[in-house]
Ligand binder design. Structure first.
Ligand code: MRU
Length: 366
């Protein structure tokens, strides 16, 4: 996607083709800072502290994290250490383990002397594949948006609600939930996006709104509690969100608050779609509520809010007294029954094992 006319991806290799560069997402929207990742520890911290975030980008960063780790040793045991260390950084996004496992399994097939080079090639391949995958998600989602627009008489903008950030910053490029929005904009279909601010870290406010402004796409930031009200008044045509892990039965784990939006959508007959690459599907877990580990993050993310002061300095402020503790579950699970469809790179499927197996027959072992 473009920032001030220049095309950026969310992760790329530096000129030396060894160091990895990312956009530090903790500094957006007020500061645009590129960070260098030079070691395995850098990659781990970038994932844990959310300089990079969003399931597909976490996977891509982990893939390059393996490359950085191999600079310190290429033996089987060191590779296993690298894989274990990376996988421990965040528990919910399944793309992390997916990317690391792919690299580890492949590298074990190669002589040690070749592993570093192969790892860089494989990480680059994962990134390229992610871009293509998300563009395809965008094209499938575009058909839904086009359909709504035509049903509305091809005049008024299609009203879309999204939660958290599943734009290009959450992936290598294009995004998942926002890919159909970017494609619709490209196709000249007017869209307007209601952006949930997405407390506590405000990825909607600081990332999604920033991405939409950069592409000059109409949007309004709303508080996390506004969606139900807007749906009751017919002001939302479709909800589109991303996911960090979706079970093969169609239960969707996504940023905390997604479930409440799905409930409101269900009650108001607003279609609720989830965009995801195949790499976000967990083919082992059948019950999302029971099986998906939910990351519990620091209470400080709830207690403190970061923003820009009138004098232009960026700072954080505490919103309660020191006597109030906070809990911070980072994700929730929306049961398949509340989901209208899953938009994947291979097409749109009902949120069910039958639907997903039809799109991914190679995963059906029964
Ligand atoms: O904690 P984050 O910011 O990594 O979580 C990301 C999300 O939950 C997003 O909503 C996104 O949809 C999933 S990744 C495309």
């Amino acid at each position: 996607m473009k920032i001030n006319g220049s095309h950026y991806r969310s992760i790329w290799l530096a000129d030396d083709k060894r160091r990895v560069q990312i956009i530090d997402q903790t500094r957006l929207p007020h500061e645009f800072v590129i960070a260098n990742l030079e070691t395995l520890e850098d990659a781990c911290l970038a994932i844990k502290d959310m300089l990079v975030r969003g399931a597909p980008l976490i996977g891509a960063t982990a893939a390059y994290g393996v490359c950085l780790g191999l600079a310190d040793g290429v033996t089987d045991s060191h590779l296993s250490y690298i894989a274990k260390t990376l996988k421990a950084q965040r528990p919910t996004a399944v793309n992390l383990a997916w990317a690391v496992d792919q690299l580890e399994n492949q590298l074990l097939e190669y002589p040690e002397a070749e592993r570093l080079e192969i790892a860089y090639q494989e990480a680059a391949r994962i990134c390229e594949e992610d871009v293509q995958t998300n563009e395809n998600i965008g094209l499938h989602g575009l058909e839904l948006i086009k359909d709504i627009w035509q049903r509305k008489g091809a005049k008024d903008p299609v009203q879309i609600l999204t939660h958290c950030n599943a734009g290009w910053l959450a992936t290598v490029d294009w995004g998942t939930a926002l890919a159909p929005v970017f494609k619709a904009d490209e196709a000249g279909i007017p869209v307007h996006v209601w952006v949930d601010e997405t407390r506590p870290r405000n990825q909607g406010a600081s990332l999604t709104a920033w991405e939409l402004s950069a592409q000059s796409i109409d949007h309004h930031l709303i508080t996390d509690n506004s969606g139900g009200h807007l749906m009751q008044r017919g002001m939302i045509d479709i909800c589109i969100v991303g996911t960090d892990r979706t079970t093969y039965t169609g239960d969707v784990c996504n940023k905390i608050g997604t479930y409440l939006k799905a409930l409101a959508a269900f009650d108001n007959n607003v279609p609720f779609y989830v965009c995801l690459p195949g790499s976000t599907i967990d083919w082992e877990i059948s019950n999302g509520l029971e099986g998906i580990p939910i990351e519990e993050r620091s209470a400080d993310e709830v207690l403190w809010v970061r923003g820009k002061r009138p004098d232009g300095t960026v700072d954080k402020v505490k919103i309660v007294t020191d006597k109030t503790p906070a809990a911070n579950p980072a994700f929730d699970v929306t049961p398949a029954r509340l989901i209208t469809g899953l938009i994947t790179e291979r097409g749109i499927s009902p949120a069910s094992s039958e639907g997903l197996y039809q799109l991914y027959p190679e995963k059906n072992n029964s």
